[in-house]
Design a protein around this ligand. Structure first.
Ligand SMILES: Nc1nc2c(c(=O)[nH]1)N[C@H]1C(S)=C(S)[C@@H](COP(=O)(O)O)O[C@H]1N2
Ligand SMILES: [Mo]
Length: 184
């Protein structure tokens, strides 16, 4: 069976530049996601791996979802911890580029291809330190139709960045770092 990553790779070879539209985007309840891109060890996670490899974080958040106020108590793993502890083992950076971590974007995609982008600098404890979480439970039970994992962003007014049914977390550099590094 093709993994999602190898499927994308196959599309790359066969059809030129792949787009998300070329993938399924059919929605549905997710049971695993891939962490890929500028990381030391790309990795596939399921619920067992999220609950067993990390100490759980707890966050109570109140936000607007489609005009209604929702309050939930989420359990999960901090996005920074997921990216920076084993098995992923860190975002890869170029030591010749000053604060290269601040160039990195984290693109989170749901099974319906809904997406939100976060900045690594926003969640790096040395910079923004935002407690953005990959949640796997709410009120002590699994997330149901939101899939096995979703993003939770404490402090957000509305739930738009709370990507549910996560299928991919990709780290990439959207800057033209190569052209500009000569200045540093
Ligand atoms: N995958 C995916 N996640 C998503 C959305 C979506 O359409 N697809 N909608 C977002 C929006 S706009 C909101 S307000 C919240 C709603 O989440 P809730 O109904 O579970 O509180 O989910 C967010 N996460
Ligand atoms: Mo929303």
């Amino acid at each position: 069976m093709l993994t999602r990553t190898s499927l994308v790779a196959a599309l790359l070879v066969s059809a030129g530049a792949p787009t998300l539209q070329a993938q399924q985007c059919s929605g549905g309840v997710s049971s695993k996601f891939v962490v890929t891109g500028d990381v030391n060890k790309p990795q596939i996670f399921n619920l067992d791996q999220l609950t067993q490899k990390y100490s759980p974080a707890q966050e109570n958040v109140t936000y607007f979802a489609a005009g209604s106020v929702v309050t939930e108590s989420f359990t999960g793993v901090l996005l920074w911890d997921l990216l920076n502890s084993p098995p992923v083992g860190g975002i890869t950076t170029n030591s010749n580029i000053k604060n290269d971590i601040l160039h990195k974007a984290i693109v989170v995609t749901g099974s319906d291809c809904y997406q939100s982008v976060f900045g690594a600098g926003e969640i790096d404890p040395s910079f923004g330190g935002s407690q953005i979480m990959v949640a796997y439970a709410t009120g002590g039970v699994s997330l149901g139709t939101a899939g096995f994992a979703r993003i939770v962003v404490p402090g957000d007014k509305a739930g738009g960045r709370f990507v549910s049914n996560i299928v991919e977390i990709e780290v990439k550099d959207p800057t033209d770092a190569g052209l500009k590094m000569i200045r540093h």
